[in-house]
Design a protein around this ligand. Structure first.
Ligand SMILES: Cc1ncc(C[n+]2csc(CCOP(=O)(O)OP(=O)(O)O)c2C)c(N)n1
Ligand SMILES: [Mg+2]
Length: 634
């Protein structure tokens, strides 16, 4: 039975309001509508004796209006949602009482899309979006995207409707969709959750949730909106909304920073590895100061733009060699510290230490404060010689000061002499990348390097953002990413299905900032929940979507090839279950069906430039555009 049939297709509250105003005539019309709905669905019509049903009663001040007041107090611009009866009252309050402004309702076609949009948005906007999900079924759909955000340390303000009081649940679907403990589904990967039992409780838990979510390590949180709290009239209770004041992030202990500074200044071959370190341009700028003060190379993992790719100290391409040679390594919020120091061969699982056995490791991380253990996002245990529990970005400025205090003028001059060597290595690496990119320049299907180069040609004069920057390697090797907003990293947990909605969310944030957003969209990822294309079209979200369409689950094809080679069997079968062919998906038609301007499939690399220029025009006019490019596997 569909939800609509359960509701008889009627929005109870607006209907009741209308009925009260229009009197008996409306009452007759209402009864007729209920009868018609009953005939259609085979369900009994509402009891005409029900006081809610006879037009005599309406709800002048529903609890959901107060919930809107609470949400508005948090200065949230958008709330992404797929509509549902468990929050119909809150939905109506948002759009009527709240005027559909701050937050504005974003119509989503899948809960996973709602959350992934919020995820991408938060990284681009520097502030969270809210999500409103539907009890049991909506939270189940949302869960993987929440996990992605959790692993990526990104705040998402989750709300979900649910009916706690069993005696008040409408028979049928409302029972299927109600949960005794809805947050249980997500509890392993949200920082905080609550199921408030009163409106005052809702206000306090929501403000508490927001505050906890924003304190690094930033993570999703979940507050349940009880149906009866939403739909019941507020009977003059004294309600108040607590003031929101965010905690300042934990800065590293001064003594620990002094010790770190001593090690770094004295090191022969220091190295900085930055992972989920920067949350804003300030993080990038301060890391540049630190690296320059020490003339220390930086490896940026790419999960954020931590360090300008054009800087002579950005030596990300030489990570293996630098780790091997380093005597002191400063890690900044590195998720997989063990994986940086060691390698594990695939599929033979041979472990090899890459770093020197006596390398001194300093790690500034809040990982010790992520107190969940079921999902294994903590990676293999890697002890540090100097473990500093603190927010890396906030601790950089005092670390720069501590380094300066340790630095004699003689040592500063010695360190400065390193710069030319790094300049040369960086230039050489860039030249190598350009030469590698030229290989297969005219290949059909299009090479991913050519794809990246052609896209760069059309966006180079814009204030640009690559919304999902880990799907193909080339932009990181070729494009000058100098600002925090230039490249936003990936999904966090590699849960496929993030790329499309994550990019739409980032593009929404960037639209409001006047930044042009582009993304390389894998085909498999878009097939999970393509309805987000409609959301982008409907809400006029400008986004240049360049399909990196290798007509398959590329990474999985390679896994199959690895296995068939390990088993010494036919590798040609690797396409079974991994390639998306027979029929090939027509992504241009798919996009057009959702109201998105599109062209493709393009297989001729020469046709790419002009098509991208046409698409860019559409995007600059304020709408999404998609170019389907058939690409090489990698
Ligand atoms: C939710 C989920 N299901 C399955 C996987 C396994 N998986 C890893 S990569 C991949 C292929 C994704 O295909 P596509 O998005 O086209 O990217 P490509 O590998 O072709 O670059 C899959 C299915 C996953 N990571 N997440
Ligand atoms: Mg693919």
């Amino acid at each position: 039975m569909s939800e609509d049939s359960q509701d008889g297709g009627i929005d109870r509250r607006s209907f009741l309001k209308g009925a009260a105003a229009a009197g008996a005539v409306a009452g007759v019309a209402m009864a007729a509508t209920a009868k018609a709905a009953s005939e259609q669905t085979g369900k009994p019509a509402a009891d005409p004796g029900d006081a809610n049903w006879d037009g005599a009663k309406f709800i002048p001040h529903p609890g959901s209006d107060f919930m809107v007041d609470v949400i508005k107090s948090l200065n949230i611009d958008y709330i992404a949602s797929n509509p549902a009866s468990s929050f119909r009252s809150l939905h109506e309050s948002l759009v009527n009482y709240g005027g559909n402004r701050k937050p504005e309702f974003l119509t989503c076609m899948h809960e996973e899309s709602s959350v992934a949009m919020a995820h991408g948005y938060a990284k681009a906007a520097g502030k969270p979006m809210a999500v409103l999900a539907h009890a049991s079924v909506g939270l189940q759909h949302a869960s993987m995207a929440v996990y992605n955000a959790w692993v990526d340390r990104v705040p998402v303000m989750m709300f979900a409707g649910n009916g706690m009081d069993a005696a008040m649940r409408r028979p049928g679907t409302e029972w299927y969709h109600s949960v005794q403990d809805p947050a249980a589904m997500l509890r392993d990967f949200v920082k905080y959750d609550d199921q408030p039992a009163s409106l005052q409780h809702f206000a306090e838990s929501t403000v508490r949730a927001y505050k906890m979510m924003m304190a690094p390590p930033q993570e999703p949180v979940l507050v349940i909106c009880d149906i009866d709290l939403q739909e019941e009239h507020v009977h003059g209770e004294k309600l108040s909304i607590p003031k929101l004041s965010l905690s300042s992030p934990p800065q590293a202990d001064a003594g620990a920073l002094r010790e770190a500074a001593k090690l770094l200044v004295g090191a022969k071959a220091p190295l900085i590895i930055a992972d989920r370190c920067a949350r804003s341009q300030e993080g990038v700028d301060t890391l540049v100061q630190l690296a320059e003060t020490l003339q220390c190379p930086v490896v940026d993992t790419g999960n954020r733009t931590n360090f300008p790719s054009t800087h002579h100290l950005n030596q990300s391409a030489a990570r293996g060699r630098l780790v091997r040679e380093a005597d002191v390594i400063l890690m900044l919020e590195v998720a997989d510290a063990w994986g940086m120091m060691n390698s594990l061969s695939d599929p033979w699982k041979k472990q090899r230490r890459v770093a020197k056995p006596d390398v001194k490791l300093i790690h500034i991380t809040l990982a010790d404060y992520v107190m969940k253990s079921n999902y294994q996002d903590m990676q293999r245990f890697q002890p540090a010689d100097l473990a500093i529990s603190a927010d890396a970005q906030t601790s950089l400025a005092p670390l720069v000061e501590a380094v300066k205090r340790e630095l004699s003028s003689t040592r500063a001059a010695e360190l400065a002499s390193r710069a030319d060597g790094f300049r040369k290595q960086r230039r050489d690496a860039h030249e190598r990348a350009k030469a590698d990119a030229a290989l297969g320049w005219d290949a059909r299907p299009v090479s991913t390097a050519r794809l990246a180069a052609e896209v760069w040609n059309v966006i180079r004069n814009e204030n640009w953002c690559l919304a999902v920057s880990d799907r193909i390697d080339w932009p990181r090797r070729l494009w000058p990413a100098t600002k925090f907003h230039h490249m936003l990293g990936g999904s966090g947990a590699q849960g496929v299905g993030y790329a499309a909605p994550g990019a739409v969310g980032a593009a929404l944030a960037n639209r409001d900032k006047g930044i042009l957003t582009v993304t390389f969209q894998p085909d498999g990822d878009l097939c999970y929940a393509p309805g987000v294309l409609w959301t982008a079209a409907h809400h006029r979200i400008p986004l240049l979507i360049v399909m990196y369409n290798n007509r398959g689950y590329g990474r999985e094809i390679m896994h199959l090839q690895t296995m068939s080679s390990a088993h010494q069997r036919d590798a040609k079968t690797a396409k079974i279950g991994t390639m998306i062919y027979d029929p090939e998906v027509d992504f241009a038609k798919l996009a057009q069906g959702f109201g998105v301007w599109s062209e493709g499939p393009i297989t001729d690399p020469g046709a790419l430039g002009p098509a991208l220029a046409r698409a860019l025009k559409v995007v600059k006019g304020g709408a999404p555009a998609l170019i389907d490019v058939v690409c090489q596997l990698r």
